[in-house]
Design a binder for this molecule. Structure first.
Ligand code: GDP
Ligand code: MG
Length: 369
């Protein structure tokens, strides 16, 4: 399970610039056979300094970071949901992503046309969010129509399910037609089942990405402050990114060079790191490690996942045939200095099916198939 982040926004706000910058140092695709091969999809490593610290103590042939898939989703313009620009490919692309990075133009440049001729973050954000809501409204209304037949079904179970769906769909119809997101509603458990099938775009979490010039990166500007204000009201996180700076950082070879570059620019971390971090936090994603002489690797899981579920991230067989896991925490490895010493200190544990995996756990799964 890799994090998959879709980049949306109005035309000419800098989506493709940011996408190219973020994905200019792609992860080695051969390690991630499940990833999509598409020019609009880029795979990047999740920056995690613990991985190298593990490798320093457990020498290995291969180091494989966790990854994020970024998708450059084009085609969103005002009126898009009525057929302008918003093609099937757009809908298919955006339905598959786990989180939406909503790029907002926060730079002036007379040479780069803005679709509505003024730089106005509030209006841009609203335009995009309304289009997404209207796209969902169409999905909901199609479903309402289909569902009306089931409402008259002689089969009691079918009828009951249809009645639940009808209520839900009408609630959705009401908020979406006001241009509001489906995620502003609360849902019951039986409703969640129906929601899954609908694959609504406005149920997905968003992060606002304020695309700034190099001057705006450190302290922001009037535009970014406006985005931050709206984000506060919408309960959304904001990341400031300068696409050009990201490209320069990504082009550097070593971590040391990157750190030097960032500190010269007065920044603590790259926009890429910030964006990935916020996406992990927003989606409650965590990292565990597997470590051996052949491979040291970081894996992404959901907070609260039990050991078998986390094992399933590696392979479904690991989940099905799960027996137990040997576990220690990477911080214990760092303080004791070797796996042997971790064992001697009694910090290596055997955990069973109920164990909730923790961020930073180093796991060794026993399973049979
Ligand atoms: N001045 C300036 N221009 C930018 C910035 N980001 C992107 N651009 C330019 O804006 C234009 C549109 O960018 P692009 O990434 O293609 O936008 P998209 O339509 O959202 O994918 C290009 O000419 C970029 O070079 C920025 O931060 N500052
Ligand atoms: Mg583009």
């Amino acid at each position: 399970m890799a994090l998959n982040c879709g980049i949306v926004g109005l035309p000419n706000v800098g989506k493709s610039t940011i996408f190219s910058a973020l994905t200019s140092a792609p992860a080695e695709a051969a390690n991630y056979p499940f990833c999509t091969i598409d020019p609009n999809v880029g795979i990047v490593s999740v920056p995690d300094s613990r991985l190298q610290k593990i490798v320093d103590l457990i020498p290995t042939e291969k180091v494989i970071p966790a990854i994020v898939e970024f998708v450059d989703i084009a085609g969103l313009v005002k009126g898009a949901s009525k057929g302008e620009g918003l093609g099937n490919k757009f809908l298919a692309n955006i339905r598959e992503v786990g989180i939406i990075a909503h790029v907002v133009r926060c730079f002036d440049d007379p040479d780069v046309t803005h679709v509505s001729n003024t730089i106005d973050p509030a209006s841009d954000i609203e335009t995009i969010n309304i289009e997404l809501a209207l796209a969902d409204l169409e999905t909901v209304e199609k479903r309402l129509e289909k569902n009306s037949k089931a409402l008259r079904s002689p089969d009691k179970d079918v009828k009951k399910k249809a009645e639940t769906a009808d209520l839900l769909l009408k609630r959705l119809q009401e908020v979406l037609s006001q241009g509001k997101a489906a995620r502003t509603l609360d849902f019951g458990n039986d409703e969640k089942e129906i929601l899954k099938e609908l694959q609504l775009i406005t149920l997905k979490k968003q992060i606002y990405v304020a695309n700034v010039d190099e001057e705006g990166i450190k302290d922001g500007n009037d535009y970014t402050r406006e985005v931050e204000k709206i984000a506060g009201e919408d309960g959304v996180e904001v990341v400031r990114i300068c696409g050009k700076l990201e490209a320069d950082i990504a082009a550097l070879d070593s971590e040391e060079e990157k750190e030097m570059f960032l500190s010269d620019a007065g920044l603590a971390e790259s926009g890429l790191s910030k964006l990935i971090q916020k996406a992990y936090d927003t989606l409650d994603l965590r990292t565990f490690f597997t470590a051996g002489p052949k491979e040291v690797r970081a894996w992404t899981f959901h907070k609260g996942d039990t050991a078998p579920k986390a094992a399933g991230v590696i392979h479904t067989d690991f989940e099905k045939g799960f027996i137990k896991a040997e576990v220690y925490h990477c911080e214990d490895l760092f303080s004791y200095g070797s796996e042997q010493k971790v064992k001697e200190a009694g910090k290596l544990r055997i955990e069973g099916k109920e164990y909730p995996v923790k961020d930073g756990d180093v796991m060794f799964f026993k399973f049979n198939v």
